[in-house]
Design a protein around this ligand. Structure first.
Ligand code: ATP
Ligand code: LTN
Length: 331
């Protein structure tokens, strides 16, 4: 450890534009945690190629995502920010860990089942072993806490299982990480079909962080609700309204009770408009800052180069330990 602070690791795939879901489920916690922890935030481009990507888009999005991390309030001086493919230890540890992971446990991963349905014509070995690479990401940095949305909990759990198994076969090697899932915004649902998670591959139901205010407002106006016309929190009975309440709570810091009181006796029209405006205001400074940062490529390149150097120093130490323990002859 470089110092006494506990360590955080998290990452997002540059496989599409960032959404309000990834902001509320993950990045918002990253920003809040950056002072108390030593944080490592990654752009996981190697995970992104588990489904087919257009090379030029992948490159552009990796840089845009870095700008967006910074625009959301992550300080590149305080945090290590880097691109996964720049630090070769991720692929190297992933191979070793794949030899300590059971076929059966990977077969149970919900994300694999979902993605292999969505990409039925291209179910690759990489899609299957995705959680092993994610475990390598986390374990290389002796991570204590992994801030993610609720959908990633299962992947953090398998990472713990792999680490525990490895520690048990050899000796204490990896810190066991805990997931950190926010209370509000852990699972932002689609505005168009609130029984599904808001996902970047569903443009109608999702709000992109860089989207224009008028488009955001239009999506909230069209958000699916129900016929009761009462703003009341009931995720099972009223998924659309409950989702909007959670988004509003996460955007403004208000409690669910306060929100029920605020819209008591009012129709959905004003409610949806108010939530949309709160989101527009939340995202406005972020959009402007991202555009400013993207105009300065040299600065962004400096950030990711320095990030990769700092990351690979830490990752190198863990990988050396692992190679020694499994019995590889030193070069
Ligand atoms: P895809 O839809 O292509 O699977 P995604 O949007 O689910 O992608 P990422 O953008 O890689 O996935 O997710 C990044 C982080 O944001 C993860 O920590 C994930 O848990 C979180 N996240 C993504 N979508 C949501 C959501 N709708 N609600 C809460 N958190 C989310
Ligand atoms: N699987 C995650 C992305 C991811 C990640 C990680 C998250 C890859 N490696 C390590 C936390 C820690 C997802 O968002 N879909």
């Amino acid at each position: 450890m470089e110092n006494q602070k506990k360590r955080i690791f998290s990452g997002i795939q540059p496989s599409g534009e960032l959404t309000l879901g990834s902001y509320m489920g993950a990045i918002k916690s990253w920003v809040n945690l950056q002072d108390q922890y030593e944080c490592v935030y990654c752009i996981v481009d190697m995970h992104a190629i588990t489904v087919r990507q257009v090379p030029a888009d992948l490159r552009r999005r990796a840089l845009e995502q870095l700008a967006q991390y910074i625009a959301c309030g992550l300080d590149p001086e305080k945090n290590i920010m880097f691109i996964q493919s720049h630090v070769p230890q991720h692929a190297e540890l992933s191979w070793v860990l794949s030899c300590y992971t059971q076929f059966g446990e990977l077969s149970r991963m919900t994300q694999f089942k979902q993605k292999s349905q969505q990409h039925a014509d291209n179910i690759t070995a990489g899609l299957f072993t995705y959680p092993v690479l994610m475990a390598a990401d986390i374990l290389l940095y002796q991570t204590d806490l992994v801030p993610v949305g609720a959908d990633q909990k299962q992947h953090v759990e398998i990472c713990r299982d792999i680490a525990q198994r490895f520690n048990g076969v050899y000796s204490e090697t990896f810190t066991l990480p805990e997931p950190f899932i926010p209370k509000m915004g852990a699972r932002v649902m689609s505005l168009a079909s609130p029984e599904n998670k808001m996902s970047k591959s569903d443009p109608g139901g999702c709000v992109y962080l860089l989207e224009k205010p008028e488009d955001i407002l239009r999506k909230f106006k069209k958000a699916v609700t129900d016929s009761e016309a009462a703003v009341r929190f009931d995720p099972a009975g009223k998924p659309g309204v409950s989702n909007l309440m959670q988004i509003y709570a996460a955007a403004t810091g208000k409690s669910l009770e306060d929100i029920e009181a605020e819209f008591d006796g009012q129709g959905y029209g004003i409610f949806k408009e108010t939530v949309g405006e709160a989101v527009v205001e939340l995202l406005r400074p972020f959009r402007e800052e991202t555009q400013r940062l993207l105009a300065d490529k040299a600065y962004l390149e400096g950030v990711y180069r320095q990030g990769a150097e700092r990351a690979s120093r830490i990752a190198g130490r863990t990988l050396s330990k692992v190679y020694k323990k499994v019995g590889f002859l030193p070069r």
